[in-house]
Design a protein around this ligand. Structure first.
Ligand code: AVJ
Length: 319
């Protein structure tokens, strides 16, 4: 849990950047808030709840793909591997990988939350006493140096959950290229949500229980908690349409009236109906994703998808 007293210096920097990002994003036209700020303790708990929703097929489909193909994935990765996870996600997924691998040597999760990383490594240490745990607190979208482990190990990247969808295709390509450099010759296992019936996509981001709406509005709640902001969550609507031309879900917080909101020492003005863009979630076809992976310098080797072609897992090699 995020506990103000236990926050270390690195997390204080992360908080400062939320305040800067919010001030900057809300002064733009159109207004925006970067989606990486969804994931404070409350937002991470809401995201876990999203993953268990009946409408949100992504997580259970990806977990089933990992389970079903773990043996083949493990033999492609090879023995004595160091798994580098971009954004420490649900431990459930990396455990499937670790359990299938032959002599996994190390686990290097990269995440912006130091408290989350401490929690993850503490829990994994119990079950994997022979695994070197090397957490890196940082933003994996920035150039990062990953310290070399002792001994000859091959690196394999792990980027599940279709987090790649949060980036525009050109940026996703650049990010993949950067990951390829960080992996130092190793391959990358990446989960990618697929283009499909817009009604299915729409339902996944507009669930009946309103969990995704609460997740979206948590950005405002977080600003109230951390930055002395005066957002009334009732005065904003969750709006998440699918844009078929751009092949992405777009998420917004829409001001339901003309209002002035306190944000730290400033006042932010909202017009009635004004939208704050909070997230894009891009969808790919298997072919279109393999194409950007190839443009990033990877060799797309293997791909697994469920029988309904809702979600895909790609194994990309560096050489
Ligand atoms: C974690 C980025 C994959 O885009 O589906 C879920 C985040 N947003 N519901 C996604 C999210 C709204 C999620 N990713």
């Amino acid at each position: 849990m995020m506990d103000a007293v236990r926050q270390d210096a690195r997390e204080a920097v992360a908080d400062l950047s939320f305040s800067q990002a919010l001030a900057e994003g809300l002064s733009l036209t159109p207004k925006e808030i970067p989606c990486k700020f969804f994931y404070d303790a409350a937002g991470s708990a809401l995201f876990d709840a999203i993953c268990a929703l009946p409408e949100y097929y992504q997580t259970r489909t990806e977990v089933a793909l990992l389970r079903r193909n773990a043996g083949e994935i493990a033999s492609l990765i090879g023995a004595d591997a160091e798994i580098v996870e971009f954004g420490a996600g649900a431990l459930r997924k990396v455990r499937i990988l670790l359990d299938a691998l032959s002599r996994p040597r190390g686990y290097t999760p990269i995440d912006i939350s130091g408290s989350y990383l401490r929690d993850v490594t503490r829990r994994l240490a119990v079950d994997y006493p022979n695994l070197a745990l090397c957490p890196v607190v940082g933003d994996f979208t920035m150039p990062l140096h990953i310290p070399k482990m002792n001994g000859a190990v091959r690196r394999a990247g792990f980027f599940p959950g279709s987090t790649i969808g949060n980036f525009r295709p050109d940026t996703a390509m650049t990010l993949l290229r950067r990951m390829r450099e960080m992996l130092d010759g190793g391959g990358l296992l990446v989960g990618v949500d697929l283009v499909k019936d817009p009604a299915i996509l729409h339902a996944a981001y507009n669930d009946a229980a309103g969990v995704t709406a609460a997740f979206n509005k948590n950005l405002l709640a977080r600003a109230n908690r951390e930055l002395n902001a005066g957002f009334d969550l009732e005065d904003f609507a969750h709006y998440a349409p699918y844009n078929p031309k751009a092949q992405r879900i777009e998420m917004y917080l829409v001001s339901l009236k003309r209002q002035s909101v306190r944000l730290g020492g400033r006042i932010v003005e909202f017009q009635a109906g004004e939208a704050v863009h909070t997230e894009d979630s891009h969808k790919y076809t298997i072919e279109s994703f393999r194409e950007i992976a190839a443009r990033a310098g990877f060799i797309p080797r293997a791909v697994w998808a469920d029988e309904n072609r809702q979600f895909s897992l790609h194994w990309l090699e560096s050489r």
